[in-house]
Unconditional design. Structure first.
Lengths: 151, 954
């Protein structure tokens, strides 16, 4: 099973695309922040992981939308309605950028939105921004204009 | 009586002691505290000796136990069945019931030796079998023993019960007397002494005097009622007091101050002297009755009599009194005058009778005989007086009888009524004339009293009705009124009687032969000087002929009118039929149905369409033309009902021909009404529309086919849309990864790659980027087809600002300036307009002239269509005109249309990146909003886009 090392800034990624998971992992490693990463590949696994040990939650969750078994948006809604999980910062990590979907996610309590960039440099940039913003600013939700993180 | 047997000298005190002495002797004293009689002390014996020999009732309580002794004189006081014999018994035992009273008294006498004395004291005790109320006069005194100490009490007493009771009775009788006086219905007062001190005055007296008891009692009456002094009352009293003469006066008027004023009272009273036992006058008693009311009453009678005399005088009546036993006559002056004599003439009864005309003597005698029976005399007769003139007199009288009902005398009056008689005769004559006049009138004349009762009818009424006056009076005048007129007649008559308005009424009277004739009756009220209605005078005139004439006229008019109506009706009916028949008779079946839908007539058109001949179908129901299913649904009946309600029923449907084949019929059923607006039947017009129906059916099939195609198209469209969606998502994904992998390789393997390898990778990356742009644009374009049209009212500048924010980096990079001037609010699909501005602005940014600051001007305002020279705009409509103008590279005017075409590009890919979709999207969005977009440009100067969106209400 996945474990979250207690002493590092812990990140959980939920994404079924293994390529994207690799890109994410590579990008994290190249960032100057010491983090630990755990990965789940579908929504059901994600919810089980979170509910198994709600005390030791990751510091951040990067959530893909288009996942098998349980879609990302369902997971978000479940997390935000769970007494012990609702404080967890959720950063949407998606291929598409549909304005209406973005609105809906913001309304449902996602913290930031990342459109998976094509360029690896951009990928590193947005992940870095997401980590910094989330970690240092300690905010649940930014203003709507800053919701989508640009590279 | 036995004498006590006294042997012992010591017991001598008992000898001659009577019954009680013997009782003492024979009593067994052995066990008593006094011991044997022989041992009794001298003092006791002495006391008993005195007592027993006294004829006065005495009683002794002796010694410690107060032992009782009494003598024979006392004995009766103890009665029968009482305390006797009580000798030798203890005082307390004998007098137990009154010991509370006498015990302390005896004790007191014993200790103080002071005697006690009572008079008529009530001491009830037990005797004669009951407790009796007994009155005593008695004294208690001490009895002493030999050493001078009080050792007993001697009671000397007399029973005074009888005396006391007698005295009480006396007092009571006096009280009764006094109260009798007090309550006597006459006033009684007693004055004592020469000052006439009021000793007593009863309530009546006080009431008469107008004083209260305390005002007069024990006071001299003349001081208590001072007003009497001046009225000679003192003199009256003095006379009675001094001379002992009783004074009595009826109806003496006395002025008395009472009820707060001086009043005059009439009193019947007497003063009577009162004597003391010695026979001297020591007081006066007055007994009186107030008769003020009675006096007032006969004063009134006297006055009335006076008045009567005045009246008699004024009426010039002579009065007389005739003594029926002696025939003596007393008569007044006027009486004599009537007969032509002066007052001095001595007259008697027979003298007067001699003046009667011989013809009238019988009248007088009859009246007199009658008067003796009834007590009332009344007659009128003529007298001849001395100057030979004849006069009428009227005599009235009343007879008075004695106890045996024997007539004794008569009083009466006599009046001269000559003038009246004359007047009456004149009146009668005039009335006779009037009657003659009235009876000779052909009209009916009648009169009525103020309450409406008819009391006179002229001869014409009797002649006409054949009734006698009696018959009319008995059956009422209403009997000759026609039964149908009676009620209204009575009502109208009563109305006139109540209001006093003239009566005017037309009614029929029954003639003697039983026929009725119309009469016009009028009645006018006759009023007296004060304007009050005195009577009614009415006439009834025969108006039968006028009536006949009027009704004949009416009848003729009625007949004419009926004729006219009939003609009219026929005309109307024929007209309606004509109308229905003539209209397009060739191609239409025109039938007339009765109310039940039975065919009444049949035309050629009907025969042609339905196949029946007239004789085959007339008289049958029109439901024969309907299919079984329609008949089952009662369509024929429903259509008739509809026609009845709405005047018309229109329907298209299959109908059945005679041969059973169907035809498509257009049917109009019209309700036909009579003059009273009642439905009397229906016209039915049927048109064969089978050929039209067939054409319609083909059209319908085509329509369905089209709809099918349409929905197929829609389906295809949807598929296309989902293709677009898939391309955006699923195609982008690998594409993005290609780019990412490429960027990873370039980054990580830079050193391992040759220059040309790096270049190739870059080209690969750019190709992938272009492909991604293409996909994004295609997606955007496809989204403009979306059927969801969420229109919202939005301000243009708000959208533009959002787009500027999105394009912030590009704008900075190109150092571009965007001016927004006027703005509009428009009802649009917001995300599409965002896309529109995004595309236009990025287009300008892309085609900016290198080295020159890009200036973009966006303006939007409302204007009427007629203000633009554009064929596509409607003049009257309001438009929002949006213009976007830049100073970029521009374009050749010839391309103004083409630039909106899909994938149309004016420049090489290497020169300006782009997919050629952006402006096509803009055009599509403008189309979606029913607007128009035009482009104009000049190479090297700039480009301008004009968008016109119609302003929709709401």
């Amino acid at each position: 099973m996945l474990e979250i090392p207690a002493n590092r800034y812990s990140i959980l990624l939920a994404d079924d695309d293994l390529d994207d998971c690799m890109f994410f992992k590579d990008a994290l490693q190249e960032l100057p922040i010491a983090t630990s990463l755990a990965v789940v590949n579908n929504g059901v696994d994600l919810m089980n992981f979170l509910k198994r040990d709600p005390i030791h939650l990751p510091h951040q969750l990067f959530l893909d939308l288009n996942m098998p078994l349980k879609k990302g948006i369902e997971c978000l809604s479940e997390i935000k309605h769970h007494e012990n999980l609702k404080e967890l910062p959720v950063i949407i990590y998606s291929t598409s950028l549909n304005q209406e979907v973005v609105e809906l996610l913001y309304k449902n309590g996602a913290q930031y939105y990342i459109k998976k960039p094509a360029d690896f440099k951009d990928l590193k940039s947005v992940i870095n921004k997401a980590l910094l913003l989330s970690k240092w600013e300690e905010i649940i939700q930014p203003p709507k204009e800053e919701f989508v993180i640009q590279p | 009586m036995m004498k006590p047997n006294v042997h012992n000298n010591n017991l001598r005190f008992l000898s001659g002691g009577g019954e009680t002495g013997e009782l003492i002797l024979n009593n067994d004293w052995t066990n008593s505290p006094l011991g044997n009689i022989e041992t009794w002390p001298e003092s006791l014996c002495t006391t008993l000796g005195i007592m027993l020999h006294s004829a006065f009732p005495m009683f002794l309580f002796w010694g410690e136990d107060l032992t009782c002794f009494y003598n024979d004189a006392f004995r009766p006081s103890l009665g029968i069945n009482g305390k006797h014999p009580a000798i030798g018994k203890k005082g307390e035992e004998v007098w137990a019931e009154i010991w509370d009273f006498i015990g302390p008294m005896i004790n007191g006498v014993m200790t103080t030796a002071n005697p006690v004395w009572f008079e008529d004291q009530l001491v009830p005790f037990y005797r004669n079998g009951k407790i009796e109320d007994i009155y005593w006069t008695f004294s208690y005194s001490a009895a002493y023993n030999s050493d001078g100490k009080a050792n007993g009490v001697v009671v000397t007493c007399t029973e005074t019960t009888k005396t006391v009771l007698t005295k009480k009775k006396l007092e009571e009788s006096e009280r009764n007397l006094r109260s009798m006086i007090k309550q006597a219905p006459v006033s009684i007062g007693i004055f004592r002494g020469k000052d006439y001190i009021t000793e007593m005055a009863n309530a009546r007296a006080l009431e008469l005097w107008g004083r209260k008891e305390e005002d007069v009692l024990n006071k001299p009456i003349l001081e208590a009622i001072p007003e009497l002094k001046e009225q000679g009352i003192k003199e009256l009293l003095d006379d009675v007091y001094k001379n002992g003469r009783m004074f009595s006066a009826p109806e003496l008027p006395v002025q008395i101050f009472r009820n707060g004023k001086m009043e005059k009272a009439y009193i019947n009273f007497t003063y009577e002297p009162m004597y003391d036992p010695e026979g001297n006058i020591d007081g006066i008693m007055t007994v009186g009755t107030e008769v003020t009311d009675q006096v007032a009453a006969h004063k009134k009678v006297e006055k009335n009599e006076e008045k009567l005399n005045v009246v008699i005088d004024a009426s010039e009546l002579g009065t007389f009194e005739l003594d029926l036993t002696s025939d003596a006559l007393v008569c007044s002056k006027r009486f004599k005058e009537i007969f032509g004599y002066d007052n001095a003439k001595e007259v008697n009864h027979t003298f007067f009778l001699s003046h009667l005309l011989p013809d009238d003597i019988a009248v007088r005698d009859k009246a007199f005989l009658n008067a003796l029976k009834t007590g009332i005399l009344a007659y009128q007769s003529r007298i001849r007086i001395d100057n030979n003139s004849i006069r009428w007199i009227e005599v009235k009288g009343k007879i008075f009888y004695d106890e045996d009902r024997k007539p004794t005398w008569m009083i009466g009056t006599c009046g001269d009524i000559t003038l009246e008689k004359q007047n009456r005769r004149d009146l009668e004559e005039s009335e006779k004339k009037f009657r003659l006049l009235a009876d000779s009138m052909p009209q009916h004349i009648w009169t009525a009293d103020t309450s409406g009762n008819l009391n006179y009818f002229n001869q014409s009424v009797f002649d006409y009705s054949g009734l006698t006056l009696q018959q009319i009076n008995e059956g009422g005048w209403i009997q000759i009124v026609h039964p149908d007129d009676k009620e209204k007649n009575i009502a109208a008559w009563l109305e006139s009687i109540h209001t006093g308005k003239d009566f005017l009424f037309e009614h029929r009277f029954r003639k003697y032969d039983g026929t009725y004739r119309w009469q016009l009756s009028r009645a006018l009220s006759q009023k007296d000087e004060q304007g009050n209605i005195d009577m009614w005078v009415g006439t009834s005139t025969d108006i039968q002929e006028q009536k006949d004439f009027a009704s004949e006229l009416e009848k003729q008019v009625g007949e004419r009118t009926a004729e006219l109506i009939k003609v009219n009706k026929t005309l109307k009916e024929s007209e309606e039929r004509y109308h229905l028949m003539v209209a397009e008779v060739q191609d239409y079946a025109i039938l007339y149905l009765d109310r039940q839908g039975i065919v009444q007539n049949w035309n050629i058109g009907a025969e042609k369409i339905k196949g029946y001949k007239a004789e085959e179908i007339i008289g049958k129901s029109f439901s024969n033309f309907y299919t079984d299913a329609d008949r089952k649904n009662q369509l024929p009946q429903k259509l008739l009902k509809l026609a009845e309600q709405n005047a018309r029923a229109v329907q298209e449907g299959w109908r059945v021909k005679k041969d059973g084949s169907l035809f498509w019929a257009s049917v109009v059923i019209t309700a036909v009404h009579n003059n009273a607006n009642e439905v009397i039947g229906f016209s039915k017009v049927t048109h064969d529309l089978t050929y039209k129906k067939e054409a319609d059916d083909i059209l319908m099939e085509k329509k369905i086919e089209l709809e099918q195609k349409n929905s197929e198209l829609e389906k295809m469209n949807k598929e296309l849309q989902s293709f677009a969606y898939i391309s955006s998502h699923d195609l982008q994904e690998p594409l993005r990864k290609i780019q990412t992998f490429a960027s990873r390789i370039i980054e990580k393997e830079k050193d391992n790659l040759s220059e040309s390898g790096i270049d190739l990778f870059s080209r690969m990356q750019r190709s992938a980027e272009r492909m991604q742009a293409l996909i994004d644009d295609l997606l955007a374009y496809s989204r403009t087809h979306t059927l969801e049209r969420d229109f919202e009212k939005v301000n243009m500048n708000d959208i533009i600002q959002k787009v500027i924010l999105d394009l912030k980096e590009e704008i900075q990079q190109k150092d571009a300036t965007i001016h927004t001037k006027k703005t509009c609010e428009l009802n649009i699909i917001p995300f599409q307009f965002q896309q529109l501005f995004y595309n236009l602005i990025s287009n300008s940014l892309k085609f900016s002239k290198p080295g020159i600051t890009l200036i973009l001007t966006i303006n939007s305002e409302y204007e009427k269509g007629e203000n633009f020279k554009n064929e596509g705009l409607i003049d009257e409509l309001n438009y929002c005109h949006i213009s976007v103008e830049d100073n970029g590279i521009g374009f050749e005017p010839q391309y103004a249309q083409r630039i909106f075409e899909l994938f149309q590009r004016l420049h090489g890919k290497e020169q300006y990146a782009g997919t050629g979709i952006g402006l096509a999207i803009v055009k599509k969005i403008v189309d979606n909003h029913d607007g128009i977009i035009t482009a104009s440009g000049e190479p090297g100067k700039g480009a301008r886009f004009d968008i016109f969106i119609p302003v929709m209400k709401g």
